[in-house]
Design a protein around this ligand. Structure first.
Ligand code: ZN
Ligand code: MN
Length: 135
């Protein structure tokens, strides 16, 4: 039991480290590839399980995009993102949270707002450049 727990803790720490050291908002597959460099025996299922636990305990954030793969964020504090509709790149936006939006919604329909997510859909700089180069 002791050994199993130690292994789980190690796996979780490796996955958390990977996420804290990137700002690319990677998919589970990418995290799995990185984790295998440190823990060659780790399985994709284990990576998913640990990502679930880390999300539930509020240590990371899952960015769910419906039909496409979820991305994971090592920064669990609410912040805004831009998503490139061409290449799928997810970037952090260095701007303050607009808490007043939550008040506005509460005033509108009397529900208690817990948090909000805000995302901007963009064509990123490098995709814009690629478009220009084609012409
Ligand atoms: Zn792009
Ligand atoms: Mn982020």
């Amino acid at each position: 039991m002791e050994l199993v727990n130690k292994r789980m803790t190690k796996q979780k720490r490796v996955i958390l480290d990977i996420l804290r050291n990137t700002d690319t908002h990677p998919t589970a597959d990418w995290i799995y590839e990185q984790a295998r460099k440190v823990l060659p025996d780790i399985s994709l299922g284990t990576v998913y399980r640990n990502l679930g636990v880390l999300t539930e305990t509020g240590q990371i954030m899952e960015l769910n995009y419906g039909s496409s793969y979820s991305r994971y964020d090592g920064n669990p504090n609410n912040h805004y993102h831009s998503v490139c509709l061409k290449c799928g790149r997810v970037k952090d936006l260095e701007m303050p949270l607009h808490k007043e939006l939550e008040k506005e919604v509460e005033t509108l329909n009397c529900d208690k707002v817990l948090y909000h997510r805000l995302e901007f859909y963009v064509i990123c700089q490098s995709c814009q450049q690629k478009e220009k180069d084609k012409k």
